[in-house]
Design a binder for this molecule. Sequence first.
Ligand code: HEC
Length: 142
Amino acid sequence: MIRDVAIISGLTLATVLFVAGAAEAASPQEMLKRYEAEAKAAGDFPAGGFSAERGKAFYLARHKGGKPATPSCTTCHTDSPLKAGKTRTGKVIQPMALSKTPDRYSDPEKVEKWFRRNCRSVLGRECTPREKGDFLTYMISQ
Ligand code: HEC
């Protein structure tokens, strides 16, 4: 009896650990789902879904409100997501396109950290879930 209980609770623990582990690493598709849920909660999910076109326009745009030295995502990531970029101190940044750098957009903490940081530099504010969703849709399509 006692041994059965121990086996069952052991299995339960393994399941919990497995599920918790899976929640840590996400696929780019899961990140999209997350931004979709956040955009819906904010009443800002577009009727036609996220759009690679809008993501591209956002990526290429020169924005106002951020630091003068970084008016655009392209300042560091170049005007093509297929090309490697450079930080302002000259360190290489692997291409943003998922086809070129397949391990991108799968670590929620990393994705969120850089969206926060880069959106503040470029736009002077955080990106909205919709902007993140469009951006990610564009990068996944590249
Ligand atoms: C000042 C330079 C700079 C600018 C401008 C910049 N980025 Fe980045 N970005 C980086 C660096 C450095 C990294 C981290 C290195 C890496 O992921 O290869 C990064 C990583 C990211 C990531 C994480 C990707 C992943 O692998 O999970 C996202 C998302 C991102 N940037 C989005 C943006 C967006 C959106 C803009 C424009 C609003 C932008 N960046 C503008 C430098 C920049």
